[in-house]
Design a protein around this ligand. Sequence first.
Ligand SMILES: Cc1cc2nc3c(=O)[nH]c(=O)nc-3n(C[C@H](O)[C@H](O)[C@H](O)COP(=O)(O)OP(=O)(O)OC[C@H]3O[C@@H](n4cnc5c(N)ncnc54)[C@H](O)[C@@H]3O)c2cc1C
Length: 466
Amino acid sequence: MSAPRTKKFDICVVGCGFSGLSIVSHVVRLAKRPLKMVVVDPGTHPGRGVAYSTPYDHHLLNVPVAKMSAFENEPSHFLDWVKEIGGEDTIGPSTQPLEKRFAPRRLYGEYLSAQFDALLRTPAHRLSVTHLRTHAHAAIPQEHGFVVRCADHSSFETSTLVLATGNSAPADLGVDLPTDHVLQNPWAWEQLASLAQRGNILIVGTGLTMVDALLTLQAHGHAGRITAVSRRGLLPHRHQYEVAPTTFTVDLDEARTVRGLVRQLRTHMRRNPDENWRAMVDSLRPVTQQIWKSFTGDEKSRFMRHPRPFWEVHRHRIAPELAAEVDAMCAAGTLEIMRARLRRQSIRMQGQEIAVELETRLPSGNVENISRHFDAVVNCTGPDTRLDHTRDPLLRSLREAGLLQPDPLGLGVEVTDVFQLRDIHGKPNRRLYALGPMCKAAAWEITAVPDIRKQTQRLAAELLRD
Ligand SMILES: Cc1cc2nc3c(=O)[nH]c(=O)nc-3n(C[C@H](O)[C@H](O)[C@H](O)COP(=O)(O)OP(=O)(O)OC[C@H]3O[C@@H](n4cnc5c(N)ncnc54)[C@H](O)[C@@H]3O)c2cc1C
């Protein structure tokens, strides 16, 4: 009896959030020769990933409709799709032109699902795209590629492996509490919704994920008080619908150091007090990756230590409607944003409540300890980018085999300019690639759709080069 034949693919993409969907779409569009591709993702809605699987209309995109096309060279693709399905009415406020509005991420998820369905209809004589609804658990290197093993015990061979495993859950808070009192994964929507019945809630983190979480709790009728804490207590700034252009142009030579970059921005703002800082921040967008790449390792870690949180809140802004809701909650006293450090060792159950000690710095510079009681804790510290901490068996298997190298800043993996992974000796692997958030160490701004779609277009050309 002959042994069962192992399935063979040319390209395997692990993970089908926006990055996975986008690379497959670009390969399908560009390929001139027949190819067999496989996409491995356990999700029920391929293409949506963490960001666009939300069922809620109050979770809005943080990029306007006109800039969310899945395709770099078809800028109005999403806008046209919204018009085609008659989706304008689901996107407010109607006083603004559609292209400037912020659509629900749920609607964007539907758009991505439509793109995925179109991929599966690709004529089979040209290309085949197979979707395996499972987790990839290990990739074993072979002479001409990898054998990929999956959680459902299936396995196959692939010549090229693309990792598009995206946003991992936040780092564990490391608090010793019963599991029904602490939500470690803020994207587990049903569990989050069930916390709306609790009274006072502590949210750890004051960024975009916190905004998602508090609006969800509010939508499910939360009647208690929410306290959100972070070391600096910074909230994401708001977008504005009308932003006049800036006269600022960055001097890239001077921007090789963090100090040089910040100095330019500050000087320009001082000399042009009437300009909108949003236009200045946005003017850096086309050259942000270039600036990041020109930083030395020391400058990169300086950036991480000092201006990073300020950059995040100015760069990743929220829709004006959401900002207004956050303001209203603060004004009503149902939300308190605190600049404080959580003393993890001091978090404990006290009867049915969670007793927490928060360490806050007063304007005088003195430190004050504040004791508070809560009914639940939600972890909104954002995706954990440290590969050393990953729980993903596939990434662990590649790490153990020495095939990937975490970067020194804990942002993801080391990749080349064409996104090939470097092994522990720094050698690029021409059969192993990474996409999206995992490539932060190489590019810094590589998590939003407009950046990822550029990356996938380039990678598709690279994969089809041979
Ligand atoms: C809550 C949230 C909101 C955001 N909002 C915006 C926005 O409005 N605009 C914007 O431009 N960007 C936004 N972003 C940025 C976002 O990171 C990107 O837009 C994009 O969605 C990232 O896609 P991804 O495919 O790289 O990762 P993900 O969306 O995380 O998808 C990764 C996929 O890989 C799968 N996977 C992981 N490991 C394995 C494995 N071993 N085997 C099989 N499958 C695996 C996961 O199940 C998941 O489906 C948001 C991010 C988050 C987290």
